[in-house]
Design a protein around this ligand. Sequence first.
Ligand SMILES: C[C@@](CO)(OP(=O)(O)O)[C@H](O)COP(=O)(O)OP(=O)(O)OC[C@H]1O[C@@H](n2ccc(N)nc2=O)[C@H](O)[C@@H]1O
Ligand SMILES: Nc1ncnc2c1ncn2[C@@H]1O[C@H](COP(=O)(O)OP(=O)(O)O)[C@@H](O)[C@H]1O
Length: 269
Amino acid sequence: MVSFPPCKINLGLHIIRKRADGFHDLETCFYPVPWTDILEVIPSDSLSFTSSGIAIPGNAEDNLCLKAYKLLKSDFDLAPVNIHLHKIIPTGAGLGGGSSDAAHTIRLLNIVFKLNLTVDTMMNYAAKLGSDCAFFIQDKPMMGTGRGEILKEFPLSLRGKFMVLIKPNVHVSTAEAYAGISPRQPETELQHILERQELSGWKNSLKNNFEESVFHKYPVIASVKEYLYNHGAIYASMSGSGASVFGIFEKEITLNIPSEYTSWSGLLP
Ligand SMILES: C[C@@](CO)(OP(=O)(O)O)[C@H](O)COP(=O)(O)OP(=O)(O)OC[C@H]1O[C@@H](n2ccc(N)nc2=O)[C@H](O)[C@@H]1O
Ligand SMILES: Nc1ncnc2c1ncn2[C@@H]1O[C@H](COP(=O)(O)OP(=O)(O)O)[C@@H](O)[C@H]1O
């Protein structure tokens, strides 16, 4: 069985405080974007994981898809499977691609082995694999709090808007980005901003707290954001801890993006 794990962008990202467990409490609106990987899970005689497409840093045995299988296997009598991942979403991009692959492995195993897991149960398993992993169990806009795993559906739609996502060729590690930030209580709650502000007002009110320190270290990411605004974006921001930047446009636009950058664009469904 095949699925198409999407990526996410963060519409606003407030890093509020560092916790005793080393993680950070945050608030963000996760929004799904159909730039997808391709994931196949089929029952087999022995467990295997293979991948194609862009290279995934690290060893195959540490891949989040295998971790997801092993997590469920510890609680259920699962037969072995072949997992094949065709990787398209860039890594170290702030797009949650690895988390999405892990969540979609759980979703596929639930179907293939008829486990009858509820959405909440799958979200609990996913949260053990990564902070933003639970979001991808449903692929709907969600307000995320806690370390990103406490999720509430959020009625925000960008349907029909044109999205451009650009990842310049730098890699930002999530752990490194968190280490470089000074957490603070936001003046205005993110939910309050998103409920009261139109998209046209986000430029002055909707912030990703990672931008300041990440832009300082990687000025090329800031220049991509500036480029998107100079070409008519209604709103542009870095996603997550970077290095991707997204721009939201009223109408379809063709941009001249350097060939060494990775990019995706399309109308949002
Ligand atoms: C920053 C965000 C925003 O959506 O996205 P990305 O840039 O990774 O896409 C997320 O918080 C990333 O979540 P995720 O990528 O799942 O992180 P994890 O694997 O759980 O953690 C990686 C490392 O990031 C730090 N971390 C992560 C989440 C969090 N709320 N506080 C943290 O301090 C910890 O140092 C942790 O060891
Ligand atoms: N299926 C996977 N796809 C991408 N990265 C993976 C995967 N499994 C494990 N990883 C590891 O997770 C790291 C972060 O990946 P990813 O989720 O794509 O980036 P980000 O956290 O910036 O959104 C990678 O550098 C890689 O070492």
